[in-house]
Design a protein around this ligand. Structure first.
Ligand code: ADP
Ligand code: MG
Length: 332
């Protein structure tokens, strides 16, 4: 039995849509998951599957053209969607931090790193000038930036892509968050630097004990760092499991496709990568049945007619696929 007090974040049946002249775009369609203290959750899926919209919803960053149609996002048992402006501010600054794919959009090119970190610390801590200085140096050391005193004086453009991402992480850590949401933090980086940033996040998680939501379109990236993984397709969770289950016992043909389309650590160099054929569906006209059916090589008749339910293969492994359900029932 899991201890209730260990639960940090509970997303319950969240749906978010956007509205334009032509109608409704169903970006997120009823997703639920639980994140425990200190746990690392990977959210994986192709571009457009709803990873960012659902996660930005946690900080109530849904743009005005969008609307949370239903659901709850409980943080320590309290619904973020019902929080006052003041509570929300407290949450954004001090409890939950976020880093994005492109640090240049979050770092101001006109100011030194010192200025920006200092402002962030002023906002989120009670430290005096000297305390903030020591904390800035500590933060840069924590994220693996050498000669922090010299580096503080520099502007963002004087840092390489990987180093800028480290500065962003330092900034996010300045408030000691309980939850760090990292939205494709390594996508703009080359493979070696990607691996270093993932390694850094892993170290930080162990040192600081914060929970992390790690969003990526590349299933290969998350194998090392995640405790559990959610696979999203067309605004829904199609498979959820521990890292082991997703890598070694995956069931959904989409998860299979995602893995076949990225290089694996243990794969033969000559092994060909197979991209998933076709495109994700248009979320402005959602059809009945499994959203993946038109691209699925194992699709049966029922798949285009009826939406597959969430089927629990065991306590931690849930999959939404008729083929898997059929097989599980046959084996039982
Ligand atoms: N501001 C917006 N206005 C309209 N549609 C949006 C907006 N932001 C995202 N969407 C749509 O919502 C869906 C999910 O997007 P997103 O969560 O950004 O995907 P990703 O998994 O790549 O992060 C996509 O179909 C996208 O086109
Ligand atoms: Mg995104």
């Amino acid at each position: 039995m899991e201890e209730k007090q260990d639960v940090l974040l509970e997303m319950k049946d969240l749906s978010i849509s956007f509205y334009n002249k032509t109608g409704e775009i169903q970006a997120v369609r009823g997703i639920s998951y639980t994140l425990h203290k200190g746990e690392v959750l990977g959210i994986v899926g192709e571009s457009g599957s709803g990873k960012s919209v659902s996660s930005h919803g946690i900080l109530r960053l849904t743009p005005d053209t969008g609307k949370v149609k239903q659901g709850e996002i409980l943080f320590h048992g309290k619904d973020i969607l019902k929080m006052s402006k003041k509570e929300l501010q407290e949450l954004r600054g001090n409890k939950i931090a976020m880093i994005f794919q492109d640090p240049m959009t979050s770092l101001d090119p006109l100011f030194t790193v010192e200025y920006q970190l200092n402002e962030s610390l002023k906002k989120h801590t009670d430290l005096d000038g000297n305390g903030r200085r020591l904390r800035m140096i500590h933060l840069l050391e924590l994220v693996g930036i050498n000669q922090p005193e010299r580096r503080l004086k520099q502007y963002p453009y004087e840092f390489s892509g990987g180093m800028r991402q480290r500065v962003m992480i330092a900034m996010a850590l300045s408030c000691d968050p309980e939850l760090l949401i990292a939205d494709e933090p390594t996508t703009a980086l080359d493979v070696t630097i990607q691996a270093q940033i993932v390694e850094l996040l892993k170290e930080l998680k162990d040192k600081l004990g914060m929970a992390i939501i790690f969003i990526t379109h590349d299933l290969g990236v998350v194998s090392e760092i995640c405790d559990k993984i959610i696979v999203m397709y067309a605004g829904k969770i199609v498979e959820e499991g521990t890292s082991r289950q997703i890598f070694y016992q995956r069931c959904h043909p989409y998860t299979e496709g995602l893995l076949a389309s990225v290089p694996k650590l243990d794969s033969d160099v000559n092994e060909k990568l197979k991209p998933i054929k076709g495109n994700p569906p248009d979320m402005s006209c959602v059809k009945p049945g499994c959203a993946f059916a038109p691209r699925c090589s194992c699709a049966m008749q029922i798949c285009v007619k009826e939406e597959p339910p969430q089927y629990e293969l065991d306590d931690t492994h849930v999959v939404s696929c008729w083929q898997t359900i059929k097989k599980a029932l046959q084996d039982a």
